[in-house]
Design a protein around this ligand. Structure first.
Ligand code: CTP
Length: 142
């Protein structure tokens, strides 16, 4: 019999609009770090606070995340401040984000391992939106 892996919960947060391969790469690497991956998906109200406009609604983004094989659970991200509570409530061992957030959450190191993983180069939701806009403008002859 295989020895069972010690439970190790990993937590991350993000908007995950226009789900792309950079998101998949991150989630795959995060899943490899533990036995359960929880994703905090930014709600539409929280995105308004962040000044982030999404193509997809929270429900749509959540549905896509839940269908990803690397993700075990999706929770809403409503505030900047909830991280500490979530880490305690979900018994999180590792809190991890892409390295565009390096240093931003080091204050959580007293209750969890905090990691920043390298982003996948040359893809982002912002970039995809720009590309789609360019193509539409070209198709319209503008
Ligand atoms: N991420 C990544 N590699 C990318 C894009 C995103 O690892 N190429 C990670 C981010 O670092 C973050 C998570 O995916 O930890 C969710 O990022 P999100 O902001 O939703 O995606 P972006 O594509 O960066 O969106 P935007 O351009 O709106 O910032």
């Amino acid at each position: 019999m295989q020895p069972s892996r010690k439970p190790r919960v990993v937590l991350t947060y993000g908007t995950f609009d226009l789900f792309h391969h950079g998101h998949v790469n991150l989630l795959r690497r995060l899943a490899d770090l533990g036995t359960e991956l929880i994703v905090g998906c930014s709600t539409d109200a929280f995105n308004q606070i962040k000044g982030k406009q999404c193509v997809m609604s929270y429900e749509q983004r959540r549905t896509i995340l839940e269908s990803c094989r690397y993700v075990d659970r999706v929770i809403p991200e409503d505030t900047w401040e909830q991280k500490r509570c979530d880490i305690v409530n979900y018994n999180v061992s590792t809190f991890a984000m892409g390295d565009d957030w390096t240093g931003k959450f080091d204050d959580l190191q007293d209750i969890a391992q905090v990691l920043y993983l390298p982003r996948t180069p040359e893809v982002s939701t912002t970039e995809l939106r720009a590309q789609i806009g360019d193509r539409e403008r070209r198709a319209m002859g503008r």
